[in-house]
Design a protein around this ligand. Structure first.
Ligand SMILES: Cc1cc2nc3c(=O)[nH]c(=O)nc-3n(C[C@H](O)[C@H](O)[C@H](O)COP(=O)(O)OP(=O)(O)OC[C@H]3O[C@@H](n4cnc5c(N)ncnc54)[C@H](O)[C@@H]3O)c2cc1C
Length: 418
């Protein structure tokens, strides 16, 4: 078990107004109404990051999770997630400095390592603007990067095949976040830092949110009602159940993840093998892979999948699901062709049509904050979103321009290019 540096809490003394909030706390009983200062719904990376940021500022937090924290039915579980500046959308690229710093602070506060620098390659056809846009964004942010010719790519990474007429950009700072380890750490840190200020209720499924009064009311199992001064909805793929109107355009997609053990697995470990993202001509022609972080092997997946109901997801990964990934391997990763498939699993993406996050107070009820850094690229922003949500709770404002993440935004015009 990691040891925590408790100076994390001392840096954020409890304010008098928050102490008043705490005094209003009463233990909950079935079918009675209690008022809690802040309730967070969901213990994925977003919920635990928000809870941790809030308790570090002395706010009393109740965290509700429908399953056991760390479960593998949502979006935040598993060994790894990619972190990178390499976005073709300048807005997300510009946030990455703060996102990296938020992870570094968490590592410094806890002494636990969560980010593994591996370097990252992004490649695609020369007639697409994907790679030029990434390179331009990295350049304007002064993030070191190199454009590589196809021959250089293959020279550096035998096993990877990039056609001559493709473009490739290499970002040395891209890497891997240890996903499940981070979620567990943030939960442990909340408990350790907050003591009695933090309560986690596992296996507590919120049935609905009643937003008719001045304070939102969480309706739980057995019709238990918990009134809250603030509610943070970090429910990932289940958000529509709680906010059917505000999240009406959000869809959940079924994502398949494969772990493979190619021959000579050591050649594909961090230090020798990077994160790789390929984007072709159409939306579904997008694949990514991560180096072997353990003997489980390399991770490989297609970005995109069919719409599904989070309550009834078919978690059997079939040959049909494997086919496009196999074809990608044949084209671009011939060294992995025929590698043993160690595991196949299903994970959920919460998708907006524009692939932008949805984070901010609801127009109808600003005491309710939607926190959904979604669309398959939100993990890397977890601790930063936690801080933004804590700011919104505390002051109603954020240092960031959250226009593109506005919960009521229902636009199809802009598509965040990952
Ligand atoms: C296969 C895959 C690969 C990805 N790769 C990357 C990557 O490389 N880099 C990156 O940055 N991002 C990546 N992402 C995206 C990223 O993982 C997600 O954006 C992020 O995990 C979303 O976290 P969340 O907390 O919003 O949702 P979740 O992790 O799903 O958490 C929501 C939680 O809310 C709980 N909940 C829901 N409803 C209720 C209720 N009514 N009552 C109580 N609890 C409730 C759920 O049980 C769940 O625990 C990937 C996602 C997937 C699926």
């Amino acid at each position: 078990m990691a040891t925590f540096n408790l100076s994390f809490r001392a840096a954020h003394p409890v304010s008098i107004s928050r102490k008043l909030n705490e005094q209003r706390y009463m233990p909950t009983h079935l079918n009675t109404l209690n008022r809690r200062p802040t309730v967070v719904i969901g213990s994925g990376i977003v919920g635990v990051s928000a809870a941790c940021a809030l308790v570090a500022r002395g706010v009393n937090v109740l965290l509700l999770e429908q399953f056991q924290p760390g479960h593998d039915l949502g979006s935040s579980h598993g060994e790894s997630r990619i972190i990178r500046y390499s976005y073709s959308d300048p807005f997300y690229a510009s946030l990455m400095g703060d996102a990296f710093r938020a992870w570094a602070k968490l590592e410094a506060d806890t002494g636990v390592s969560l980010y593994v620098r591996t370097g990252g390659l992004s490649f695609g056809p020369a007639d697409s603007d994907y790679v030029p846009k990434i390179a331009a964004n990295l350049k304007s942010l002064d993030v070191p990067c190199r454009l590589l010719s196809a021959a250089e790519v293959v020279g550096n990474y035998p096993g990877l095949r990039v056609p001559k007429d493709f473009l490739t950009v290499f970002e040395p700072s891209a890497g891997v976040l240890l996903a499940s380890k981070a979620v567990k750490l943030l939960l442990e840190l909340s408990t350790k830092v907050a003591g009695a200020l933090f309560e986690l209720r596992p296996n507590y499924s919120v049935q609905s949110l009643d937003m008719d009064g001045e304070y939102p009311v969480i309706v739980g199992p057995n019709q238990e009602r918990i009134e809250a001064e603030r509610v943070i909805v970090a429910a990932g793929g289940w958000v529509k159940k709680l906010l059917p109107r505000e999240a009406s355009s959000i869809e959940v997609t079924r994502q398949n993840v494969f772990y493979l053990r190619p021959e000579n697995l050591d050649a594909y470990r961090p230090g020798r093998w990077p994160v790789i993202i390929y984007k072709g001509d159409d939306d579904m022609d997008l694949f990514y892979s991560l180096p072997a972080m353990s003997d489980q092997g390399v991770k490989l997946a297609r970005h995109g999948g069919p719409v599904c109901d989070p309550e009834k997801v078919d978690r059997d990964v079939t040959e049909k699901d494997w086919e496009p990934v196999r074809d990608y391997i044949r084209k671009h990763l011939p060294a992995w062709n025929g590698a043993e498939i160690v595991s196949r699993s299903t994970c959920l993406y919460t998708m907006t049509r524009d692939e932008d996050f949805r984070v901010g107070p609801l127009e109808k009820h600003p005491r309710v904050i939607l926190a959904s850094p979604c669309s398959g690229h939100g993990f890397k922003f977890g601790p930063l979103i936690g801080r933004i949500v804590a700011d919104l709770c505390e002051t109603g404002m954020s240092d960031y321009n959250l226009q593109r993440w506005c919960p009521k935004r229902n636009s199809e015009q802009h598509k965040a290019s990952l």
